[in-house]
Design a protein around this ligand. Structure first.
Ligand code: GTR
Length: 339
């Protein structure tokens, strides 16, 4: 009881003091009208799979920098590299919910959320990087990106993906060697069919699990471009790289439609343009790093074999084109036109 009494007294004393303090305003200037509240900074997250200095991450950072600069700090984009926000599929789901604002992903896992992008996983649809960019930069390429809106994403821009090729922990120098191998693929249905058509067995799994799966022998091989082969350390365990260039699967920078809808039309325009303007940075760094990565893996002891029989590979995957061709006919015709 006594204790309660003391506490009560203390509270009363404090209360009186605060009244006194409030009353001691002094010269009683009329209260200034409240200043208009400064526009709050909107902080938006961008998820990226690759490490901080990888070309796609550098593209993301350029994008972030341009957005902050052009919105005069109204919007701040924070780039989280190295899958800090999760693997690609998980981050894409976060975008649909609006919990993460942006991500840079490969169009292969994104195609599981937005089917039209599956076209890019079809093997040998582009003859060269120039052919691919001619299509991506065309009105048809941009239309494909804009179509993402129907799946609650906003497609901002494409980044260079290079070409994907197979590599293995076991000798791999020809298509015949691939037979019966367990190959990790990006999580997408077309990839499963492609691997089957090549006589191997497909194991889809997130990118972050591939290194240990190679190391422990859960899989025999995987497929990717030189920069990923190097930076994910796959080249340390899978020493045989067979350069067949079966796919060029564009990287895309996308935004959550939920978050996009919260921006003013003016800021939406800034975000879109900043993304398009960041492409130059990513492409320049990509071209440089692709060559550096190739030289590095060779210097580190990887055996790189160039294929000389691309027609044989193309014939082997023809069933995949036959199966999916009708579904993607319109875009395949546009890609053909850009050739
Ligand atoms: C890389 C791509 C990543 C990821 C990875 C994979 O080339 O840049 O976004 O999709 O391939 O194979 O999972």
């Amino acid at each position: 009881m006594r204790k309660h009494h003391l506490i009560a007294l203390f509270v009363v004393a404090l209360f009186s003091l605060s009244i006194l303090a409030a009353g001691c305003g002094g010269d009683k200037k009329p209260a200034a009208p409240a200043a208009a509240p400064a526009a709050a900074t909107m902080v938006l997250k961008l998820g990226e799979t690759h490490p901080p200095d990888y070309p796609t991450t550098m593209g993301d950072k350029k994008f972030a920098e341009l957005v902050t600069e052009r919105t005069k700090g109204r919007i701040k984009v924070e780039v989280y590299p190295s899958s800090q926000l999760g693997e690609e599929k998980a981050v894409i789901e976060q975008l649909q919910l609006g919990a993460v604002a942006f991500t840079r992903v490969s169009s292969a896992p994104l195609a599981e959320f937005h089917k039209p992008l599956g076209v890019f996983s079809l093997p040998y649809i582009f003859d060269s990087s120039a052919h691919m960019w001619k299509f991506l930069d065309s009105a048809d390429g941009m239309k494909l990106l804009d179509g993402l809106q129907s799946s609650r994403f906003v497609g901002l821009c494409y980044y260079d993906p290079g070409a994907r090729s197979f590599y293995s922990t076991k000798p791999l120098k020809s298509l015949a060697d691939l037979k019966g191998m367990k190959i990790r693929v990006q999580q997408n249905k077309i990839n499963m069919d492609m691997i089957a058509a090549l006589g191997a067995s497909a194991t889809p799994m997130p990118y972050g699990q591939v290194f240990s799966a190679l190391q422990t022998g859960v899989i025999d091989g995987a497929e990717n471009n030189f920069p990923s082969y190097l930076t994910a350390s796959h080249s340390q365990v899978a020493k045989y790289y067979l350069r067949d260039g079966h796919q060029m699967v564009p990287e895309v920078l996308i935004m959550s439609k939920v978050v996009w809808d919260k921006l003013t039309p003016e800021d939406q325009k800034i975000v879109k343009q900043a993304a398009l303007d960041s492409v130059k940075t990513q492409r320049e760094l990509w071209n440089k790093f692709e060559k550096e990565a190739e030289a590095k893996v060779k210097a580190d002891g990887s055996t790189v074999t160039e294929i000389t029989d691309v027609k044989v590979w193309q014939a082997a995957v023809k069933p995949v084109i036959d199966k999916y061709g009708p579904e993607y006919k319109e875009v395949l015709d546009q890609i053909g036109k850009a050739r």
